[in-house]
Design a protein around this ligand. Structure first.
Ligand SMILES: [Zn+2]
Length: 260
């Protein structure tokens, strides 16, 4: 299907048959997908009730598995302020819509290096100048997709334990909050460094916690942005698994915007 839509005062068309999937799947089989935070990979096991086993291969009537998964560690997930607040504040129920104007920007940054406000501003300006995004951002796009460079498909399967990764400096996270970015997506396991003694400075700065908590803002981590995605404006569909928790697995989809 082709849809025509108006974003930031400009008319565009999208092709729903061409979604660009940014999710890293949770894979309970071997080898599993990307993981972090020192816990076991995701796993599944058939339920046993008396003599009954939830496995067709083992004589059961259906496959009926228990899953052991962790949204923060095992794949693409979206989290709410509830990740760092003492209240529950679950991500479930937070959204009243799932489509957003989004800008994809790429930033060259090394492992254990923090993205600075200057790096962020330069990338956004470059993106706006060199694409149909001109004015898109200033007109009110509310989602930002950050792709760290270098980019490669190993991001789909990397075990990040003790590897370190690029992160967002607290100042850069604060800048995004000031710019009104409501939904931030990044291709690292966390917006903060792997080892920060629990400081979570970028999470706190983005959510403006505890001074002015931005309860509607979300952070989506552990995405993968394929190389063929060019920096610029997109329609983002951010779909979440309906699980009442501070974080839930998610499937962000991009649709290329074509001029009418
Ligand atoms: Zn996080």
């Amino acid at each position: 299907m082709r849809f025509e839509l108006e974003l930031s005062g400009t008319r565009w068309t999208i092709d729903t048959a061409k979604p660009i999937d940014l999710s890293i799947p949770v894979n309970c089989q071997k080898p599993s997908g990307a993981k972090a935070w020192y816990i076991d990979p995701p796993s599944k096991s058939p339920v046993r009730l008396g003599n009954w086993v939830g496995s067709v291969a083992r004589g059961g009537s259906v496959n009926f598995n228990d899953l052991k998964v962790n949204p923060h560690a095992h794949g693409t997930h979206t989290e709410s302020l509830g990740h760092i607040s003492p209240e529950e504040d679950p991500v479930e129920g937070l959204f009243d819509q799932f489509f957003f104007e989004a800008l994809v920007v790429s930033i060259s940054v090394g492992p254990n290096e923090g993205i600075t406000p200057a790096m962020l501003q330069k990338s956004i300006e470059h993106c706006e100048k060199n694409s149909e995004a001109a004015g898109f951002w200033s007109k009110g796009a509310k989602a930002l997709v950050l792709r760290t460079l270098p980019n490669n498909r190993a991001k789909l399967t990397t075990n990040y334990d003790h590897q370190g990764w690029p992160y967002l400096s607290a100042e850069a996270a604060r800048l995004l909050a000031d710019m009104g970015v409501t939904h931030l997506l990044i291709d690292t396991p966390s917006v903060d460094p792997e080892k920060d003694q629990g400081a979570l400075l970028a999470h706190k700065a983005f959510w403006q916690w505890p001074e002015h908590p931005r309860k509607k803002a979300t952070i989506t981590e552990f995405i993968y942005v394929p190389d063929q995605v060019v920096d610029g404006p997109y329609l983002l569909e951010l779909q979440l698994a309906a699980i009442v928790n501070d974080a839930t697995f998610s499937r962000p989809l991009l649709y290329a915007l074509e001029s009418l």
